[in-house]
Design a protein around this ligand. Structure first.
Ligand code: ADP
Length: 480
């Protein structure tokens, strides 16, 4: 695998993602709380200021209505109250008469001008209006001046009051500064401890990775051990199981290689001994030469058989995709097998019988399954009685799903404790006997692989001294 630059590795790591999560968890709520508090502070302060000014303005409007201020500005008391209102709230008061003409302006800017504004007209109808302009930071309100004595005359004017909210904005700004500072401190502290926590939590994974790398580099065969969390412990267990399996596979491969070497060496050693013997006897009679050469030939045949069996086994070990599946008449296939083995059976004086309960066709790899059944029948012949009363029965049956092939003999049988091992490569119950009759110890391993490639099953049943039965079950339709 190509090594990525460290920065990419870091960006793709769980560590980085957790750190991002910590930052998001601390920054987002912090920001939301600060913004929320600041905006609610502004709303509340403006509402409070508005109602405060409005109530004062109403009182003033009533006083104006009760006095003769609208006819004669000379009333110093009213004038003083208006000035107080404007100076306390840093505002401006405009008084408009019933003809929309500005009667009094504390800024003295618009005296005697006519004002046509929706709010003023509505207040002339008797309504109070209040408005907040957040952009220019002021509150504006219009209050009707109603004549309390003369109901017919009704509203005699409107008082327009606008007060600045600059000090609210100033307060808000300084609050914002404090809030931002606090927020930055909280975020920094959270990130600091969050990052520490993330690094602490991720430590077992790093340890695990280091230990796996050590095993990969071949340092120590010890089981991995990381006491971090139940998750890392679980990963450790799984890896240890996997390593155990790999170790067993490796051992079995080593054993296989050493077995192969040994098996291949034995005929070669025999040949060398035979050849050396002839070489040391230059005067030996021709018959002796011929006898030795015959022995050498049979050793060569044996070597060839082992190599052929090994090649078959290697083919079987490949993936099931290598199966050459076709619709095959199984009755014909078994008849062919028995026909080919008949001369060997005759030589051993073993009777071969085939019994079929029904015609069977199945989706199989004919070559591979032929090899499997041939090995079973051949074993039945090889490990049989030698007194001429031996037999091997092959039966074929099927249901809607499977076909069943049974190979039964009346031979020497297999001891119970050996039954579990007969499918192992090079395993032989009696090594010298098997070797004598030309066994390589690979036949049943080949058979089993072939059956498993067909998604089938094989079972052996044996009674020592009475005989052995192999039951093979293969699905009629190939399961990919
Ligand atoms: P081999 O080439 O030695 O026959 P196999 O893998 O075919 O190797 O069989 C493994 C061993 O199982 C044989 O060596 C033999 O001891 C035993 N075995 C297999 N089939 C039979 C059988 N039908 N009767 C008795 N023993 C058998």
């Amino acid at each position: 695998m190509q090594k990525k630059p460290w920065i990419i590795q870091f960006l793709q790591s769980i560590r980085f993602r957790l750190i991002l999560l910590v930052i998001a968890i601390s920054v987002v709520p912090g920001l939301a709380i600060t913004m929320g508090l600041l905006s609610s502070y502004e709303d509340r302060s403006v509402a409070l200021r508005g109602s405060e000014v409005l109530s004062q303005a109403r009182i003033l409007a009533n006083q104006i209505a009760a006095s003769d201020f609208m006819e004669n500005k000379g009333d110093g008391n009213i004038q003083a109250q208006i000035d107080m209102l404007t100076s306390i709230y840093d505002g401006r008061v405009i008084i408009v008469d019933g003809n929309l003409k500005i009667y009094h302006d504390t800024y003295n800017l618009d005296n005697n001008k006519t004002i046509i504004a929706e709010e003023v007209i509505r207040s002339l109808g008797g309504e109070d209006m209040i408005n907040y302009d957040s952009e220019n930071s002021y509150i504006e309100m219009t209050i009707p001046i109603e004549n309390p004595e003369d109901e017919d005359e009704g509203v005699i004017g409107v008082m327009l009051v606008s007060v600045s909210t600059d000090n609210i904005v100033l307060n808000q700004n300084s609050l914002q500064k404090v809030g931002t500072t606090l927020l930055v401190i909280v975020i920094a502290v959270t990130i600091f401890f969050g990052v520490l926590l993330v690094l602490y939590l991720m430590r077992p994974f790093r340890k695990l990775s280091d230990q796996i790398a050590a095993v990969q580099d071949g340092y120590g065969d010890d089981a991995l051990q990381v006491n971090g969390s139940s998750e890392t412990a679980l990963i450790c267990d799984r890896i240890n199981e996997f390593l155990g399996r790999m170790k067993r596979m490796d051992e079995s491969r080593q054993e296989f290689v050493s077995n192969v070497s040994h098996e291949l060496k034995t005929p070669l050693t025999s040949m060398k001994v035979l050849a050396d013997s002839i070489n040391t006897m230059p005067e030996a009679p021709l018959e002796l030469y011929q006898e030795f050469m015959q022995d050498i030939t049979s050793e060569i045949e044996r070597e060839t058989k082992i190599v052929n069996d090994l090649l078959s086994l290697v083919k079987m070990d490949k993936s099931a995709a290598d199966l050459n599946v076709a619709e095959v008449n199984v009755n014909d296939m078994i008849e062919q097998i028995l026909k080919r083995l008949q001369p060997i059976a005759d030589r051993q004086q073993v009777e071969l019988v085939f019994e079929s309960f029904r015609p069977v066709t199945a989706e199989i790899d004919e070559v591979k399954l032929t090899l499997a059944i041939t090995n079973l029948v051949e074993n039945g012949i090889k490990y049989n009685r030698t007194d001429g009363s031996g037999w091997v029965h092959v039966t074929l049956n099927a249901d809607h799903q499977y076909m069943y092939i049974k190979v039964e003999d009346c031979g020497i049988g297999i001891p119970e404790d050996a039954l579990d091992h007969i499918y192992e490569r090079f395993y032989r119950v009696d090594k010298s006997h098997s070797r004598e009759i030309g066994g390589t110890g690979l036949g049943l391993a080949i058979t089993r692989s072939s059956v498993l490639m067909h998604r089938g099953a094989i079972k052996a049943h044996s009674v020592l001294g009475e005989g052995t039965t192999f039951d093979v079950r293969i699905p009629l339709n190939y399961i990919a």
